[in-house]
Ligand binder design. Structure first.
Ligand SMILES: Cc1cc2nc3c(=O)[nH]c(=O)nc-3n(C[C@H](O)[C@H](O)[C@H](O)COP(=O)(O)O)c2cc1C
Length: 265
């Protein structure tokens, strides 16, 4: 049984998850592939759009070693009617924690059992010249791994082979074990805007996955999830990543120093 239709759902503020999602779809080679980009709040609220296909490919970045709240909330209300799911996370070369396990549980409860899993490396959202973690990932090797996951998934779908819960990997360092969720706000500040550099192109407003940037370019500090999409999209570097103190910087440099490889299960 070859998969005829695939729906690819992804959340990707800084674009690395999107790249892997496209590589997987290439490997799956289904007759019909539909993409649902839930990065924008409008699409996340469009819960009338049902996910109805043979396979759902679900991709998300790892936030504090978990699946992001925005993805979790979307899945809770989304209408999912698929025979199988391909679940993957993209993480910044530190740790993917419980995220795959969480996604596995959610899709199981939606009667969309996983046929394959992947944990890929992407440039860390917090990467700077000073904190160079996962820089320029996913690279070609990561993208090849993505394509491989697609190929494997098509074969598993044909054989109706599903992943067992005990085979779902966990990889917890700090956040997944000890640190409460959303503690990212303790260690980082919403990006400031340097109005002397800003060209008022509005790209940051359009790209913010939370709709947290006002018309005057100030940011709602409470709404901001520190994804730094606005920093990445700004062509004139009018926005900057801001850490609170050096602790997190040093921790990230230490924990993300050793180059990790993308894995496919
Ligand atoms: C709030 C936040 C928390 C993060 N937590 C982790 C983490 O626990 N481990 C890790 O390796 N990377 C972490 N990252 C990095 C992202 O997972 C990584 O940069 C990913 O490639 C971003 O995906 P995107 O480009 O699709 O937005 C975090 C990023 C953000 C914004």
């Amino acid at each position: 049984m070859i998969p005829q239709s695939v729906t690819v759902v992804y959340f990707s503020p800084t674009g690395t998850t999107k790249k892997i999602a496209e590589a997987i779809a290439l490997g799956l080679h289904a007759e019909k592939t539909e993409y649902i980009d839930i990065t924008s709040p409008t699409e996340r609220n469009n819960i009338k759009r049902a996910i109805h296909s043979d396979i759902l490919v679900l991709g998300f970045p790892v936030y504090e070693e978990h699946i992001p709240d925005e993805v979790r909330k979307y899945l809770r209300s989304a209408s999912v009617k698929v025979h199988a799911s391909v679940l993957f996370c993209v993480y910044g070369n530190v740790a993917f924690g419980k995220s795959l396990r969480e996604a596995y549980g959610i899709m199981k409860s939606k009667q969309a059992p996983a046929i394959s899993l992947g944990a890929f490396i992407g440039e860390h959202s917090f990467a700077t010249n000073e904190v160079p973690i996962g820089v320029n990932r996913p690279d070609n090797v990561d993208l090849e791994q993505g394509k491989k996951l697609g190929v494997i998934s098509a074969l598993r779908y044909d054989k109706q082979e599903f992943i067992k819960e005990r085979d779902v990997p966990e990889n917890m360092l700090l956040a997944g074990r000890f640190i409460p969720r959303n503690s990212v706000k303790w260690v980082s500040i919403a990006p400031a805007v340097h109005m002397d550099l800003c060209t008022k192109c509005n790209l940051c407003i359009k790209k913010c996955p939370m709709g947290a940037i006002h018309k005057d370019f100030s940011i709602n500090e409470r709404e901001c999830i520190r994804c730094y999409a606005c920093v990445r999209v700004c062509k004139v570097e009018a926005r900057k990543i801001r850490y609170k103190g050096n602790m997190i910087k040093n921790m990230l440099i230490r924990m993300g120093a050793k180059k990790k490889v993308s894995i496919v299960i």
